[in-house]
Design a protein around this ligand. Sequence first.
Ligand SMILES: C=C(O[C@@H]1C=C(C(=O)O)C=C[C@H]1O)C(=O)O
Length: 444
Amino acid sequence: MSTSPSSTPGEPLPHPLVVRTVALDGLGDGRAGEPDPADLLDLLPQDAPLAWVRRGDGLVAWGEALRVDVHGPDRFADAERAWQQVLAHAVVRDEVGLPGTGPVAFGSFAFDDASADGGTVVVPRVVVGRRAGRAWLTTLTPAARLGAAPTLADVVTGRSAPAAPGAVEYRDGAVAADDWLDVVARGVAAIRAGEVDKVVLARDVEARTEHPLDVRWALARLAGRYRSCWTFSVDGMIGATPELLVRSERGLVTSRVLAGTIRRTGDDAADMARAAILAHSSKDLEEHEYAVTSVADALAPFCSSSNVPDVPFVLSLPNVLHLASDVTGVLRGAEGTHPSSLALAAALHPTAAVCGTPTQAARALIARVEGMDRARYAGPVGWFGADGDGEWGIALRSARVDPDDPHRLRLFAGCGVVAASDPAAELAESRAKLEPMRFALGGD
Ligand SMILES: C=C(O[C@@H]1C=C(C(=O)O)C=C[C@H]1O)C(=O)O
């Protein structure tokens, strides 16, 4: 675990963190020329923007009061510990008291324990949040004592308009598209040989942008088009995921499980017919069942009661239709004794929606045949607060901006493979899942 700016990991900040949350005025009626929290993404600076936004609500943040890099199988626990240490030294005045107010940290974690790209927690300096018509501003400042109440005009200064990335060139990532057919075929063969029941296999595509990517430009495109997804940006990992690994709020946990996919055609009547096919496809229902069971089983030890829908619904996105189930549960025990949302995410990860069934065998198969490091793709991404509540998505429909070159990104997509899978159909599905990030970079 490495922390910055810090002296030693045990004592991460030279001063306590002074955290102050104030309510912001009614949305949209701020004074002319003043920043307005009505569009959170508009408030972000170009440098290292943090975001977790859906349908206009959520959190945006910037600056780094503290950054912690973690690695290996203990990356989630190490991140949690670092956050607890920050909180132990924090002085908090929260005048709003909603989920997402007070101290907040963002995180993004690798899919695989062995990834070189383990994970990062960022404690920002400024957070602006919005939820159900209310908005707030939080400042997190390593300081000796509480200062004056901050205003949005103080912290949103010198914003340039997001700039388009210009022409974008795409080329094969670690495995060429044609060779990936063989990767899927090896997955199907392993299933038929009884090694696993389901495996999720992914591939990457490299993009090179003419101008350095202004992440804000991509985020605005994603949030505008993929409204039922969670648009995120944490430590260079960006995307709009339709899949919520876990939300934990005041003792109630929710997980949106997706598995089973059909591409959309662009013709609404044809898509309705395809939705009906998807809802009755035994191949897709089987894939979905594995994913729901993995989430329900992982949540069960933490919950006193839970609700697991018998039948999935069809989630319609601009590029694909998915089978979807919202699994909910009530956490066991009294408030204050619950595991944090990050601990729940760690217990759930990796679900069968992004790994396979059984988990360990599917993990080993992925490591053997996929031919790439997934890095942060398909890992948990999101935020949590001082009480541990928070939201963690699965980093899908996503890309990683090269930390050393803002012209370069790796785009990722994967597909659930079962005995009845056809490699060519999975390749087509992976192309459909790459569409959101291609659109984010300026594609149609
Ligand atoms: C792995 C991805 O998506 C996952 C796989 C799905 C499937 O195979 O049907 C559907 C949704 C996600 O759980 C991805 O988008 O990269």
